[in-house]
Ligand binder design. Structure first.
Ligand code: FES
Length: 84
């Protein structure tokens, strides 16, 4: 199996991950088996990618200090800081 060149690095809740250029935050995290991107305000239930095309907002995260960013739409950039 060919291993993709993960030339980009970013952090998610303080943990480092690699990403392929052009890969979205959500795709990179799912590939690393991190399926919980956030939790709900009430009941603290886990949420992950649902639609994958920017419609449902289940995948929102904070990116470089900017909240409510849809991780399924934003490509990873080197050094990006992502939080739930
Ligand atoms: S998974 Fe639906 S908006 Fe990102």
């Amino acid at each position: 199996m060919i291993q993709p060149n993960k030339s980009l690095t970013f952090t998610f809740n303080g943990e480092s991950f690699g990403a392929i250029p052009g890969q979205t935050i959500a795709a990179a995290l799912l590939q690393a088996e991190r399926t919980t991107l956030r939790t709900t305000r009430f009941n603290d239930e886990p949420r992950s990618i649902f639609c994958g095309i920017g419609i449902c907002w289940d995948c929102v995260v904070t990116v470089n200090g900017v909240s409510n960013q849809r991780s399924c739409l934003i490509e990873v950039s080197d050094g990006m800081v992502v939080k739930s």
